[in-house]
Design a binder for this molecule. Structure first.
Ligand code: BJW
Ligand code: ZN
Length: 249
């Protein structure tokens, strides 16, 4: 069945759940896309786990600094802007992202639940104290290279990126708020995610289980198992502005 944009205009509580695909058109690589995904070129076990940081903190810090600087240069794209516009149009919108960039905020979204943390909130690996200093900005080779992490002013521990690595718990209050929103919403837009990483992948499932409509927006067609599940096939930067325009024309 076709998704009627009027459902968007009529939803009392809309959840927008985003993944790396929403930032792809801003030039930020996804993780699992063939050829362009980060995990095509880098091994997550050596870069995105606490064990990796313990084994080689300079390698991990250098890689994340390279990514953080790329993200600082990136700009929000029409998908981020359309989501911010939706927040101004609908009675209630909960925005949940798996992304560690700040492009939703820079597009004007007023409140964002960051399930996997942020590249802009480094903290101490030993005592978790947030790092408040200015990050040094030495030259870095393309794709990272070794860079010693700064030290914590409290305990001299090594500073790590403020993201959630494999095997780590998600921020519990944020996960709880995200699950509550999924359990309560009328419509959920799942934008640019492969839905492979737990526990975030449960969010669209929870919305479906309590009867909400779920719309996947992705260039890859998504399998729809429930009658109130829809797949809109194409890049988010094209589809989302069209959807918003049609819903509120
Ligand atoms: C477009 C587009 C365009 C392209 N427009 N779309 C149960 C079963 C099995 C395993 C587990 C389990 N529970 C926990 C686990 C372990 C693990 C896990 O899920 N592993 C699976 C991979 C198998 N989960 C964890 O470890 C989590 N912690 C946890 O559960 O703690 C308790 C626990 C621990 C251990 C055991 C059991 C319990 C933590 C997960 C942390 C994820 N961290 C990362 C890295 C963040 C830091 C960094 O940036 O480096 O988060 S991994 C990476 O994947 C990142 C993303 O947020 C996340 C999701 O990826 P996403 O966003 O979906 O991106 P892609 O690339 O996968 O997909 C992009 C999509 O966009 C594609 O579909 C494209 O088609 C599409 N696209 N262009 C729209 N223009
Ligand atoms: Zn410390």
């Amino acid at each position: 069945m076709e998704f009627d944009p009027q459902y968007l205009a009529q939803a009392p509580h809309l959840v927008v759940f985003t993944g790396a695909g929403v930032s792809a058109e801003s030039g930020i690589p996804t993780f699992r896309d063939a050829l362009s995904g980060l995990w095509e070129h880098f091994d997550p076990a050596q870069l995105a786990t606490p064990q990796a940081f313990r084994a080689n903190p300079a390698l991990v810090w250098g890689w994340y600094e390279w990514r953080r600087r790329k993200m600082l240069q990136a700009q929000p794209n029409p998908a981020h802007l359309a989501i911010a516009e939706l927040a101004r149009r609908v009675p209630r919108l909960t925005l949940i992202t798996q992304n560690v960039d700040d492009l939703h905020e820079r597009a004007g979204s007023p409140s964002v639940l960051h399930l996997h943390g942020s590249l802009h909130t480094p903290q101490c690996f030993a005592c978790n104290r947030p790092f408040k200093g200015k990050l040094p900005c030495p030259d870095l080779p393309e794709q990272g290279g070794s860079l010693e992490p700064p030290r914590c002013s409290g305990c001299n521990g090594k500073i790590r990126p403020g993201v959630v690595w494999f095997g780590e718990s998600l921020p519990q209050a944020i996960l709880k708020a995200a699950f509550q929103a999924a359990d309560d919403c009328d419509l959920l837009l799942s934008v640019g995610t492969s839905g492979l990483v737990q526990p975030a992948a449960q969010i669209p499932q929870r919305a479906l289980q309590q009867g909400a409509r779920v719309v996947h927006i992705n260039p890859q067609p998504q399998e729809c198992r429930a009658p109130q599940e829809y797949s809109l096939t194409g890049p988010a930067g094209q589809l989302l502005p069209q959807l918003v325009q049609r819903a509120f024309a």
